[in-house]
Ligand binder design. Structure first.
Ligand code: ADP
Ligand code: MG
Length: 345
């Protein structure tokens, strides 16, 4: 017992009479070297990395907004994906959930399972994570580091003033339906990665949309007091807008010709252009929102201010279900829905 104790207790640090015992196992060395100072500190972090849990000061009159997403090697990303892209995306998909709620992201925890300690890989991962975290003033305040098949879980915490959060359940008959950015790029980027060898500039742009999604946090904040409902697009427009419709007890019409498409998508798809691939495409991390028609000018002003397309693509109707039109008055039926991890076949 005594020997065991001697073996794992390394230097006794501390200039007062309290003894701090630094467990310098590889795990603690990693935490100290890479994670402890990774992000810029925030005033509201009373206690960050290094204790059993973090202590955070939540502003009065605000609600705490919490969400978590896991990314598993071989399921959500290719094993050989660039580590900095993975660090970016693991945080980006969580920031996208904050955007969809209209929340201001504040703190994150990171649970990292690694097959081995590859310091270059960890340094690259941290660079990708910290770049995005610091852009949004998000502090890394804790986590867990374990050995096993590569997987990354980020839990994000944000705040929103009471009664200002956007929910899926708020859509009303007569609302306009909007999406930010462009749709379908990431899914086409995935197809490009699976097939092409040397990438053209357009193909590389699509791959970047897959690997480095830009969460629409600013748009969520700017529109939260106007929007009736919102969701972020992770599983495809039809599936995700479908959640708004069922939770709000309404239906919708979509004008496919209005869907915002990037020049890169149009050029890479060429003659293969097919609406089903756009409306069922996952991994866009754009926002879909519904707003009253009286807000059109304000939405246009936000789009200009953020230099971000915010495009009106349809409207909320009383009749349940989702109706798509590829020309005005010409119905179109989708052969497939969005991505579902547990769907059979
Ligand atoms: P415990 O044994 O109480 O679970 P750990 O030994 O796992 O704590 O972690 C020690 C400290 O380091 C904790 O504050 C924890 O939140 C933090 N930590 C561990 N892994 C990570 C990580 N990957 N990123 C950020 N903080 C981490
Ligand atoms: Mg503990």
């Amino acid at each position: 017992m005594f020997f065991f104790w001697r073996k794992v207790t390394l230097p006794i640090i501390g200039d007062n009479h309290e003894m701090k015992i630094d467990k310098e196992t590889p795990e603690f060395a990693l935490i100290n070297q890479y994670f402890k100072q990774l992000t810029t500190p925030r005033q509201d972090v009373v206690l960050g990395i290094g204790d059993d849990a973090a202590l955070l000061q939540v502003p009065e009159e605000s609600l705490l907004v919490v969400s978590v997403d896991t990314m598993v090697s071989g399921v959500h990303f290719f094993e050989d994906v660039a580590a900095d892209a993975l660090g970016h995306k693991a945080l980006a998909v969580n920031l996208s959930d904050m955007a969809a709620m209209g929340a201001e992201p504040s703190w994150a925890t990171l649970a990292l399972t690694l097959p081995e300690v590859d310091e270059q890989w960890i340094a690259d991962f941290c660079r990708g994570f910290a770049g995005l975290a610091n852009r949004y003033n998000v502090s890394l305040i804790g986590g867990d580091t374990t050995r096993g098949p590569l997987s990354v879980t980020v839990q994000i915490h944000g705040v929103v003033p009471k009664h200002q959060a956007m929910r899926r359940a708020g859509a009303r008959v007569g609302d306009d339906i909007y999406v930010t950015g462009t749709l379908g790029d990431a899914a086409l980027g995935l197809r490009v990665l699976e097939s092409a060898q040397a990438l053209t500039a357009d193909q590389q742009t699509l791959v970047n949309r897959l690997e480095r999604p830009q969460p629409r946090v600013e748009a969520g904040l700017a529109l939260r007091q106007l929007a009736h409902s919102a969701i972020d697009l992770s599983d495809g427009l039809l599936a995700d807008l479908g959640h708004i419709l069922t939770q709000s007890g309404v239906g919708a019409s979509l004008q496919l010709e209005q869907l915002p498409l990037s020049a890169e998508l149009i050029s890479v798809m060429g003659d293969d252009m097919d609406w089903s691939r756009v409306v069922s495409a996952g991994d866009d991390y754009e926002l879909c929102l519904t707003l009253p028609a009286a807000c059109r000018e304000e939405v246009a002003a936000v789009a200009r201010q953020l230099s971000l397309p915010i495009t009106r693509i349809g409207s909320i109707e009383a009749e349940p279900g989702l109706r798509c039109f590829d020309k005005p008055g010409k119905p179109w039926h989708s052969p497939q829905l969005g991505f579902d991890h547990f769907r059979a076949g």
